[in-house]
Design a protein around this ligand. Structure first.
Ligand code: ADP
Ligand code: ADP
Length: 226
């Protein structure tokens, strides 16, 4: 888990477009933060700045008191799960899940144990030797989560992780994400358009519009007392 501070964070893309303007937020250890707002309002950009996949134009990002603006993505101890899963198509499920440990030169036995544990948690044990093309949408989503879990990251970023799944599977995966959150002890930041996901998963919801934070509140206050 991690304590995160965004102070006056702005993102200006190369073409001059300001996608995020004066973003201020303090996230406590072990929160589950939800970003909502219309398409194009800057949710993914903010997530990518947190992950280190996009540089911060102005302002400061602190994680556990350390300034992160110039820290490389791989040194942030943050995992990100993408909407389109971004699995390696030529690798088996086992190798996909273990990859981040493999490139960090973890011992083979350690990788094996962590991959098996993640597979157990996510119900992937039976498909560890398959390629992504041989998986269902829900299984691909689980592999994407498995890749993040094995690193036991202090922060878990998820960008509309369930939006490519059908309604039934989405409901099921939502419950699984909730149980992961309770199990993992990570801080979660999660983008969604789905009000049920926002309400049931979030400890707080950040409402964005046109690159600006409009409101930050608990689901109860945001949805029950409009
Ligand atoms: P959201 O995730 O809320 O849909 P994004 O963060 O993806 O929004 O995008 C915010 C805005 O920034 C959008 O208007 C988008 O078109 C713009 N944008 C995203 N990436 C780039 C880029 N590389 N260059 C210029 N503008 C971009
Ligand atoms: P070699 O080409 O010498 O076989 P590799 O880099 O392919 O070396 O693999 C070395 C060891 O690491 C092997 O035991 C392999 O099973 C394991 N390994 C390779 N890639 C991954 C991965 N993505 N995740 C987990 N383990 C891996």
């Amino acid at each position: 888990m991690a304590h995160i501070q965004l102070k006056h964070v702005c993102k200006r893309y190369e073409n001059g477009f300001e996608a995020v303007k004066d973003f201020n937020l303090e996230i406590q250890d072990n929160e589950f933060i939800i970003f909502v707002g219309p398409s194009g309002c800057g949710k993914s950009t903010t997530l990518r700045m947190l992950a280190g996949l996009e540089n911060i134009s102005e302002g400061e990002l602190y994680i556990d008191g350390e300034r992160m603006n110039e820290v490389e993505a791989c040194d942030r101890d943050i995992a990100m799960v993408f909407q389109n899963y971004a699995l390696y198509p030529h690798m088996t499920v086992r190798k996909n899940i273990g990859y981040s440990l493999h490139i960090r030169h973890e011992k083979k036995e350690v990788i094996e144990a962590k991959v098996n544990e993640a597979a157990e948690i996510l119900g992937l044990t039976e498909v560890l030797d398959r390629k992504p093309s041989e998986l269902s949408g829900g299984q691909k989503q689980r592999v994407a989560m498995g890749r993040a879990i094995v690193r036991n990251p202090r922060v878990f970023l998820m960008d509309e992780p369930l939006s490519n799944l059908d309604a039934k599977l989405r409901g099921q995966m939502r419950v699984e994400i909730a149980s992961l959150y309770h199990k993992l002890n990570s801080t979660f930041i999660y983008v969604t358009h789905d009000q049920t996901e926002a309400m049931t998963l979030g400890t707080r919801i950040v409402v964005m519009k046109d690159g600006v934070v409009q409101q930050v509140d608990t689901p109860e206050r945001l949805f029950r007392y409009p």
